[in-house]
Design a protein around this ligand. Structure first.
Ligand code: GLA
Length: 408
């Protein structure tokens, strides 16, 4: 799918208005197609956002800290009762249909994207919640495979739709964990908790500082109209299922056990340095990333709160270097975006930039001056294309709300 660059967004107000209207168009489109297929209006509708992580990557499965924000791009599902046990899903974004029965425990199946929905339904079945068969139409404005958690958006939108159907709300933490389990068991990705938590708990104009051990959350204001979050999609499809993600998790577990701590969250740089000789150099570097990233994330949350954009920017660049050199989850395309951003610099309006999410492609995130968004977008687009021969996709996002029921 190709998303056009946003050359015309000159200020935050315009960005908000635009995102609202594109999500509304998405809802209308899904409802309209539903009406055309089933000759009636949908009875239920729900939506959930994708996310961009400002800092704190590969820390969530180490019981650490993350600082994501919910995007203003969302996945919407509209649905109505099928009258029997059958579930039929039409995904307008990929143009495919899936169907299965609720007669027994829902299992994995085709097409692959349906597993995110199947996994969440299975989670509700495990809780013995009374589901009925339904027909649904799905549409998403979250770029697919871009590392912006389109899968979490689909899981959380599904869970929110099911809540509307059974007229019962799950506890938000339980809901996020149910969606994470769906991803583990039905998509085969042993992800951490960040993506599902922010999709459930995102808050307009705020980042979410999440302690992935205690699951405590703290909202961090992100509403200064003079700065914007600019997302640069390398358009190199990122994939977490190919084993590298799992390898990193295993390496972190090895580091924690070498340091004799329950998780890398409990390790300090001092402990790591003291163990230099006993630890394999690769495992050492993995641990160094996680320990330093946790500290950067907590510091960044404070700098965001005080509007110290220069400090935030420094921490973002340091985070990227650590993910690139110690954790080795970046790639030449992501590095190119960050180098271009660095070359534009603070005078050109870029405060900081880093890869975001799992890595190996996907997106970079930059904190930029609102007044210079347009010029930055042009320059990054041109330079990136020249360096990689790939056309990137850039867009600004304000911090949106978490999942919502649109119709119940
Ligand atoms: C993916 C996973 C998250 C997190 C990030 C890296 O997005 O789904 O749980 O581990 O990678 O920070």
């Amino acid at each position: 799918m190709v998303y056009k660059s946003n050359f015309n967004i000159a200020n935050a107000k315009a960005a908000i208005a635009k995102s609202k209207s594109s999500n509304q168009r998405s809802e209308f489109r899904a409802a309209d197609i539903f009406l055309k297929i089933y000759n009636e209006n949908p009875r239920w509708a729900a939506s959930a956002p994708g996310r961009v992580n400002l800092i704190g990557d590969h820390t969530d499965y180490n019981d650490g800290f993350v600082l994501p924000m919910a995007l203003d791009r969302r996945t919407t599902i509209v649905a109505g009762p099928s009258g029997d046990k059958k579930v039929t899903l039409h995904d307008l974004t990929v143009g495919e249909t899936a169907s299965f029965s609720l007669g027994a425990k829902v299992t994995c199946g085709e097409p692959p994207w349906s597993n995110y929905v199947r996994g969440v339904i299975a989670g509700f079945q495990n809780l013995n919640l009374p589901l009925v068969g339904f027909n649904a139409v799905l549409h998403s404005t979250v770029p697919l495979g871009g590392g912006l958690s389109s899968s979490a958006a689909l899981e959380v939108a599904t869970a929110t739709l099911l809540e509307a159907m059974i007229r019962q709300k799950l506890d938000p933490v339980k809901k996020a964990l149910l969606c994470q389990k769906a991803e583990h068991d039905y998509a085969g990705v042993r992800c951490g908790i960040m993506d599902q938590f922010i999709s459930v708990m995102g808050h307009k104009n705020h980042l979410l500082l999440l302690d992935c051990r205690t699951r405590e959350t703290k909202l961090v204001a992100m509403s200064d109209p003079s700065v914007e979050v600019l997302i640069v999609n390398t358009n190199l499809r990122h994939k977490l299922t190919d084993g590298e993600y799992g390898k990193r998790r295993a390496q972190c577990e090895a580091a924690a056990s070498a340091l004799k701590v329950p998780a890398l969250r409990d390790a300090t740089m001092k402990m790591l340095k003291a163990a230099t000789r006993q630890i394999d150099p690769l495992i050492f570097r993995r641990a160094r990333h996680v320990i330093s990233e946790n500290s950067r994330t907590k510091r960044a949350a404070k700098s965001f709160s005080s509007g110290d954009w220069r400090k935030v920017g420094e921490l973002m660049y340091a985070s990227h270097a650590s993910l690139r050199d110690d954790y080795e989850v970046s790639c030449p395309e992501l590095d190119a975006v960050v180098e271009i951003a660095q070359a534009i610099g603070v005078t050109g309006g870029v405060m900081g930039c880093r890869m975001t999410g799992g890595g190996f492609g996907g997106c970079a995130v930059a904190l930029v001056k609102t007044a210079q968004v347009e010029a930055i977008t042009r320059r990054v687009t041109e330079d990136y294309q020249q360096r990689t021969n790939i056309i990137p996709t850039l867009f600004v996002s304000c911090a949106g709300d978490g999942a919502t029921t649109i119709k119940s």
